[in-house]
Design a binder for this molecule. Structure first.
Ligand code: HXC
Ligand code: NAP
Length: 287
């Protein structure tokens, strides 16, 4: 979407950048000329992703092992990434944990686990990065991956919904507070984009047959990774310099379909509309 080398001179940190959407966004950032540092818990995945991305793009991402729930490890990523590629210009909070479950079946530890990865992980990275940027007079951009249900809420993923709502509130709050330091904060709310991580935990095989994700989306399909990467590249770049505190939904219209009072009328076959129109006209004339 952006011109060649549009991100040259940038250095982004992407949490959870070795798999799924984080890897796809990292790939596009590299293709556009940015240096990227990826981090997550599992070194084998980081190494495999670095090899794969180098082969695909000709540019190797730097990686650092980090559990985003550990503040010292978060600070270490910033230190090591800066030593490797110099000034960090953008932070993409993408790491997450999630699974579907009736809430009453969750242990308090299960709830903690999701909230700690999603909310604590995001605010630890945001805080450490913000302190570093402010102390060193560096301007930067923060982008947080939330979900559409960060705004609407959703049953069966209540820890994730609670945590993502917190991340969204943080995004909007810091967009105002830290703008004076030249730090922008935005968020993306994706709808369904198939990844192994999400599908294994949210749409396991025995559910997939019963619930068609694409069928819930007005556009009639799930998202393509490049579509999300295009948006992320724009929001991480200076082309979006006047966007701050925004959450951009990219879901093919999925959440609005669930929200609109009469959207379920999609199910009415076209010929039946003649009968319905007739009935309505008769009723209203009778009055
Ligand atoms: C109930 C569960 C559970 C399940 C784990 N737990 N899975 N409870 N149902 N399916 C409980 C455990 O029993 C334990 O509680 C507690 O949660 C912690 O589990 P651990 O396995 O020890 O945690 P950990 O090793 O830290 O792994 C975290 C994880 C795992 C979240 C459970 O799935 C993970 O690593 N996920 C990372 C990737 C991921 O989730 N990606 C999907 C993001 S998708 P007790 O009480 O027994 O100790 C996403 C998309 C949203 O966010 C929108 C889509 C449209
Ligand atoms: P994914 O591949 O499972 O990505 C999650 C990443 O987070 C993994 O790379 C994982 O790596 C990392 N991670 C988990 N816990 C961590 C921790 N404690 N410390 C550091 N890293 C950790 O799933 P995805 O679908 O690409 O999700 C990416 C983002 O998109 C998430 O924020 C998710 O909520 C959001 N999202 C996805 C969809 C979708 O349809 N796919 C829709 C809406 C929003 P390790 O296991 O190696 O740590």
């Amino acid at each position: 979407m952006l011109r060649d080398n549009a991100l040259e001179g940038n250095h982004f940190v992407v949490t959870g950048g070795a798999t799924g959407l984080g890897k796809s966004m990292t790939k596009y950032f590299l293709e556009l000329g940015a240096n990227v540092t990826i981090c997550s818990r599992k070194e084998d995945k980081l190494l495999a992703a670095a090899d794969e991305l180098e082969e695909q793009t000709g540019k190797r991402p730097f990686y650092v092992v980090c559990d985003v729930r550990k503040y010292d490890q978060v600070e270490n990523v910033i230190k090591e990434a800066t030593a490797k590629h110099g000034k960090i210009t953008g932070l993409l909070n993408n790491a997450a944990g999630n699974f579907i479950s009736p809430t009453e079946r969750l242990s308090h530890k299960a709830f903690d686990t999701i909230v700690d990865i999603v909310l604590k992980g995001s605010y630890y990275f945001t805080l450490a990065m913000g302190k570093h940027w402010i102390a060193n007079g560096i301007k930067g951009v923060m982008l947080n991956i939330v979900t559409t249900y960060a705004s609407t809420g959703s049953g069966y993923v209540v820890p994730s919904a609670s945590a993502k709502a917190g991340v969204l509130a943080m995004t909007r709050s810091l967009a105002v507070e830290w703008a004076k330091y030249g730090i922008r904060s935005n968020a993306i709310a994706p709808g369904p984009f198939p990844t192994k991580g999400a599908w294994d935990r949210l749409f396991p095989e025995n559910l997939r047959a019963q619930f068609d994700e694409a069928g819930k989306v007005p556009i009639g399909r799930v998202g393509e990774h490049q579509e999300l990467a295009n948006l992320a590249a724009y929001l991480m770049s200076d082309f979006s310099a006047y966007m701050n505190g925004e959450v951009v939904t990219i879901d093919g219209g999925e959440w609005l379909k669930g929200a609109g009072e009469f959207n379920h009328l999609d199910a009415i076959p076209s010929p039946l509309w003649d009968d319905i129109a007739k009935a309505i006209k008769t009723n209203t004339k009778a009055k």
